[in-house]
Structure formats: C-alpha cells, structure tokens
Design a protein around this ligand. Structure first.
Ligand SMILES: [Fe+2]
Length: 240
C-alpha cells in the first residue's frame, strides 16, 4: 500500500483534474495502483497568481465525502506544489502556502532552466524559516548534472528529494540516465510520487514503479521510497 505525496487530484484548481469526473478517474487509478494515502498538491505560484484556497478546501471536502460514501480506502491530505518565487518565503511565513499535510515539509518546484544558485538560495531560504524543503521532480532541472549537487541540498539545508514514478520507468538519454541512476545508487532520493494530472501521459504509475525499484535497487529501498519515508512525514500531519 503506497503513499503519494505529489498529486494534482483536486479539480478546478490548476492543470490537474478539471472536473469531478477527472478526480474520480484519478481516484480509480490510485486505487488500482494500491495507493492508500495522497497528499493533494495543486500548483501555487506565490506573488504571481492568488491561490483559490476556499475552492481548494471545498473541492477537497467534496472528494472526501465521495470517498466515504463509496467506502474507498483512500485518505487525503492538504498540500501544494509551490513554484519558488521571490515571494515564496514571505508567503510561507504568513501561512499562505499549504505545506505537506500541514507539516513543516514544503514541496517546492522550479522552472527547468533555473540556475543552481537559485535552487541553492531557495533551499536556504526555506530552511532558515524552519521548514524542510522537498524538491519536486528533481530530475527535471537542467542545472543539475551530478548527484553531488543534489547531495549538497540535503547536507547543507536538510532538503528531501522527490522523483516522479514515470521517471523510474522511462529510458533517458545517456547522461541524464547516468545522473538519475546515481541519485538512487547514492541513496539521495526520499520519495517516489506520481505527480498525477488528469492529462494523457500523466497517469498513475506507482505500482509499476515499485516493481521496477525492487528489481533495480532492492525491496527495502522500494518500500522506503513508495511509502516508508512518506509515512514518517505523515506521522507529523496536522488534520485539516
Ligand atoms: Fe506536480
């Protein structure tokens, strides 16, 4: 049974599900993939666009009621995927950026072409406010070429690292594949999550990724990355 900490399940908030039918479809996929807990993480772009908090909480509640009614064993938590902008630290400190399950862990993403210095400064700013930066889909950032660059985020700022399930299954170009392999071999990855959207090609691949991780890196790492580490994070969850 898996825990997904990065998922665009809640409809009408971002480029994830666009209607309740889309949410329902993503729930079916999650259940088929043996996911039993999801931290819902709509995009938030501090300083650029207001986050529709009221709609988010209303649609989340509607989804929870549906799960109860249908007797589906899937627990939902609040969260967001915050694009790192100059406004992010202030809005975070004001409580305007939903953290992962209400904990001190914050899922942050960057533009693919942001510089290494920008990523490093972001990790430092988030950490200095008492939060733990969780780097969303770390495999996407062009400035990251070596596993040691990622190690520095962890050693210097206590950052945690998320990789998408689809990334584990896909073949990459030679150098990118080597970078991804090193991340796993050096035990720098903390979470495998789906980053599921209600879009073609952004499906749930959790069960398949678990199988592949087991083959490549062993059952212990597969368990840790698909639910063990996430369960530790959820042990600090604040009910919302
Ligand atoms: Fe995402």
């Amino acid at each position: 049974m898996f825990v997904d900490i990065h998922h665009h399940l809640i409809y009408g908030i971002d480029d994830g599900a666009q209607s309740f039918a889309g949410t329902e479809k993503m729930i079916r996929q999650a259940v088929e993939n043996q996911v039993h807990a999801i931290i819902t993480t709509p995009h938030i772009t501090p300083g650029h666009a207001p986050f529709p908090m009221e709609d988010y909480l209303k649609h989340l509640q509607e989804t929870r009621e549906y799960l109860d009614r249908e007797n589906i064993d899937l627990t939902l938590y609040t969260g967001s995927e915050a694009l790192y902008t100059p406004s992010t630290p202030y809005q975070l400190s004001e409580g305007k950026v939903p953290t992962l399950a209400g904990t001190r862990y914050v899922l942050i993403e960057f533009s693919p072409d942001d510089t290494y210095k920008y990523l490093t400064d972001a990790a430092g700013a988030v950490e200095s406010l008492g939060y733990v930066p969780v780097f969303a889909h770390v495999e996407r950032y062009e400035c990251l070429k070596k596993a040691d660059q990622v190690r520095r985020f962890k050693e210097d700022y206590g950052a945690l690292i998320q990789v998408n399930a689809a990334t584990v299954l896909r073949k990459h170009s030679f150098f990118h594949q080597r970078f991804i392999n090193h991340l796993f071999e050096d035990e720098l990855v903390d979470f495998i999550s789906t980053d599921c959207h209600d879009l073609p090609g952004r499906d749930n691949h959790m069960a398949e990724a678990f199988d592949q991780l087991t083959v490549l890196y062993g059952i212990d790492m597969a368990h840790a990355l698909t639910h063990g580490n996430a369960e530790m994070l959820l042990s600090e969850a604040v009910k919302q």
